[in-house]
Design a protein around this ligand. Structure first.
Ligand code: HAM
Length: 423
């Protein structure tokens, strides 16, 4: 049997996970500045949540879900996105009775059975948020400003925000008719999926991946041109706020998004660095979803950033974040008695917040010192019977080889040297 991780999944090893954690830390901190609280969700939900939430006719639901029957015969699905589950949690936990807006952020792993390529995986991660309880355009602009601040705090220089509006039901009804009129003469040449989308959900034809259908869709009427006065005013207000805050954006009338729940605002951050699809972040307003999933009428807006794609973008822009790590000391030992002393000293140092290690694999002194050098310790010391007896040792700074004699029974001078004091 070949032992390999499933296609489209990957291991994140310690040398990489520090960067992941840093990005998550900055995201958490930024969300908390805007008073979002963290939501942790189950990895799987009843399949119906996604069918009704994301939409039966979307590619995500019709082609990409990991769905299985549990042992009691209930259909379950590994979450392909976070919004539907967040809305389910919002309803189930009676959050509609909390003061509005209810602001929730999440960091999730997600599952979609997709064609694997750069920036597109079968298990991937999102940093996302959802804000419930306000239809006001100020909230849409506010979450975009959160993203802008997050990018700035990461040190990302150029990210390009594309903004559109898909209108409300009222504007959408008119538009759907126009769309059907447009596609009618082309119907027989469209793919089978689009032929059925024509009946069930013509907007989804605009999202089709088949090149021929994309060519036809390129000249289709655009939702933006059918917005009613209120929808247009909502959109314009967001633009005014973004202008006032100097957050650059492009109005991109072609954005339709791959999920059915959007009303009014939709937006994406795109870049050429993250693979063919290029979308680092997608989001928008979904004023009907809480009702669709059986809750009260509560408008909401949110977004999700693909963490893998964000990291690709950071790498392309040469950004390497590093978490602050504790000062590290390697304690080499020459014999069994000094090894025991080294182990005890390591424990004492860890209690004081330093990283410390001693030899647990029986290496020679030379090999221990080589290991300490390779493992990036900041300091090292060697303990033998003389040091243990005198309770004194030479503490060596690895960067420049500078040494200092320190007491081992009173760590005051020891710690001062670790902290770079008493030079
Ligand atoms: P989405 O556009 O499907 O939206 O996904 C958001 C982001 O997740 C994408 O822009 C991309 O960066 C990342 N992503 C999606 N699929 C993959 C994949 N297979 N591999 C790697 N990264 C991927 C949503 O999921 C919505 N729930 C966003 C939202 C929240 N809208 C409102 N609230």
């Amino acid at each position: 049997m070949k032992i390999a991780a499933p296609k489209g999944t990957r291991d994140i090893l310690p040398e990489e996970s520090g960067l992941w954690r840093e990005v998550e830390r900055v995201f958490r901190e930024t969300c908390e500045l805007f008073q979002f609280g963290e939501l942790r969700l189950p990895t799987f939900e009843h399949t119906e949540i996604f069918q009704r939430g994301v939409g039966d006719t979307t590619d995500i639901v019709s082609k990409e879900m990991y769905t299985f029957d549990d042992k009691a015969g209930r259909s379950m699905t590994l979450r392909p996105e976070g919004t539907a589950g967040a809305v389910r949690a919002f309803i189930e936990n009676g959050m509609a009775s909390r003061p509005f807006p209810v602001k929730l952020y999440y960091i999730l792993n997600l599952f979609r059975y997709e064609n694997v390529q750069k920036g597109r995986y079968r298990e991937f991660h999102q940093l996302g948020l959802e804000a419930f309880g306000s239809a006001s355009p100020e909230l849409d602009a506010e979450i975009i400003s959160l993203l802008d601040l997050f990018f700035k705090r990461l040190g990302l220089k150029h990210t390009s925000l594309h903004l559109n509006s898909l209108g409300t039901e009222d504007s959408r009804a008119q538009y759907t008719l126009a769309l059907k009129d447009y596609f009618k003469p082309h119907l027989s040449s469209l793919c089978k999926d689009c032929q059925s989308r024509y009946e069930t959900n013509p907007l989804r034809i605009l999202d089709c991946k088949v090149p021929h259908d994309q060519e036809i869709a390129a000249a289709a009427p655009l939702m933006f041109d059918y917005l009613n006065t209120e929808d247009r005013a909502h959109f314009d207000r967001i633009c005014t706020l973004l202008d006032a805050w100097s957050i650059p954006y492009t109005v991109d009338k072609r954005i339709v998004r791959g999920l059915d729940y959007y009303t009014r605002t939709v937006f994406e951050f795109v870049s050429e660095n993250v693979g063919t699809q290029g979308t680092i972040c997608g989001g928008g307003r979904y004023d009907k979803l809480v009702e669709v999933l059986g809750g009260p009428a509560v408008p909401a807006v949110g977004f999700a950033l693909g963490q893998e794609r964000l990291l690709l973008e950071m790498a392309a822009q040469g950004i390497a974040l590093e978490a602050a790590k504790p000062v590290g000391v390697y304690i080499a030992s020459l014999d069994e008695a000094s090894l025991e002393f080294a182990a005890t000293l390591a424990l004492q140092l860890r209690k004081k917040g330093y990283a410390a290690a001693f030899d647990v694999v029986g290496r020679s002194l030379k090999a221990q010192m080589k290991y300490a050098g390779k493992s990036d310790y900041d300091f090292s010391l060697v303990l033998g019977s003389n040091e243990v007896e005198a309770l004194e040792a030479r503490l060596r700074r690895m960067a420049d080889g500078e040494e200092k004699t320190v007491r081992l029974d009173d760590l005051t001078a020891f710690e001062a040297y670790l902290r770079g004091e008493n030079e």
